[in-house]
Design a protein around this ligand. Sequence first.
Ligand code: F6R
Length: 626
Amino acid sequence: MCGIVGGVAERNLVPILLEGLKRLEYRGYDSSGMAVLNDSGLPESSQQSEILRIRGLGKIAALEEKIDAFDQGEFKGQIGIAHTRWATHGAPAENNAHPHICNQSIAVVHNGIIENYQSLKARQIDLGYRFTSQTDTEVVAHCIHRHREHTGCLLKAVMQAVEQFEGAYALGVVSIHDPETLVAARKGSPLVIGVGIGEHFIASDVSALLPVTQRFIFLEDGDVAEIRRDAITVYDKQGKVVERPVKQSSLTASSVELGEHRHYMHKEIFEQPQAVTDTLEGRITQDAVLVNAFGNEAERWFESVEQVQIIACGTSYHAGLVARYWFEDIIGLPCQVEVASEYRYRNPVVRNNTLIVTLSQSGETADTLAALQQIKQLKQEKNLPTLTICNVPESSLTRESDMTFLTHAGPEIGVASTKAFTTQLVALALLITAVGKTQGRMSSEQEQKIVQGLQKLPGLVKNTLENEDLIAKIANGFADKTSALFLGRGTMYPIALEGALKLKEISYIHAEAYPAGELKHGPLALVDEHIPVIAIAPNDELLEKLKSNLQEVKARGGQMIVFEDEKSCVDAHGDFEVVKATTNVGRITAPITFNIPLQLLSYHVALIKGTDVDQPRNLAKSVTVE
Ligand code: F6R
């Protein structure tokens, strides 16, 4: 939920940490802070080092201003930690912002939740520790301080302290008594080490460190690392030194820059043709899907599958809902789609030979990860192959799954998911084809047709994006609206859900989605001239039924916006605004293509409303806490 960055170097780290925070701002942005050990602590100095800390409310820009104003630019250090926060325990406030400091000697940044913090806090109060925040993190600082006093070593102190924590953490810790050492630890929350030359860094994800390195060590759950300028030593949860491989990232610093776009969301919407191409690359041939795109063992896993359970949250859940139609309709395989936060607490019945698919942009969503871990406990008794479709290599979900399929959408920075969703749908289309052909449920003609449709997809998406000006004009009509209704049938119902989610997320307009046939069972009562109704009308077997539903709306004076296929021929008159969004789309390509104008609509409505498009209020990009 929060973002952390830290480092140890010979140069002043403050600009690097600030840049890292800006790149992590998408993870949380209600407050931020940085702590550095001032230079006097280094060996050549005879003085004791001290911790300098600056914290600010709101965006990183506020922190930057304070740093610039600090003692004529004297906020400098060669070892430091920084944090951007999304409040969980304790309101957004400067005293709750990280780093948290104990006795002017230990500073800590933390991402995650220490679930047993209340009992730890009670004990620490008895020991005389003073609390200045309402966060769970302050207990971490005190706990490490206490162990540091006993052991005389920061590394040992962190190792002993983490044994007391229940919950999830990624930690960066510095101490005035160990002025050349940064200690990092992770369990349940992501943390990478950026490997430099004579300098090393930590961060919640690689994007934060791309300006300084492309080489990364991905820490495993339970790891603690001691990081010095000349060495990185990683210890596993048993406290043994382990070698974790150094991996080269293919991402570059510019891949997460805005370029000519005003917002990341806009950039990411327009990157979709390329993202689709990249996701397909190496996964299909001229007319076939490569089953081993899902892993070398995929064919063996897929052979025995009798049903599919897809588990995800938010937008990723909507992608799963689209896939359910495909699994059942195209290859006749039963498919359930589950919201992870419900699934993990409801003792679900999982039949033998179920393919478990977790869908996630980040690969770090706490509920999805917990649901997968719960399933893994059943794996002794049942054949439950697990596959994750994910956009972030080396993320927690990829490490917990039998099979991984990486969507190659590239870094998604805007909080509202766009290209990740589109590429998840591409991945799911490949999955049904791979499972279908492995089990003889799909003919090679069907496979060929799907592959040809997917090959056309980048072009279809590109054409759809050309409607931007028209959609921007339509968005003007939302300036004074407080509610909207989205309608669709078949796979367009989950697309309607996704359209409604995007609108509420970034423009704060209340929006609901219904299967169009459900209107008459209640929601029709909402319809009047004040509520825009957005309908998705592909030219498919449900079109005539949808047209009747639209008449029901029209009869109640509703203002309609219809996104149609060129061949759908929805009657455009009166309060009907019809956008010919695409043409010639098939069962697989239609939901992917029709989602694009809905993304553009919510983007342009948000621009009119003047909201913070990339970082909408109260939301964060990766939800690594419950
Ligand atoms: C909405 C959005 C969220 C995420 C959800 C799951 O635009 O981005 O609803 O889809 O938090 O996140 P991932 O896909 O990272 O598991």
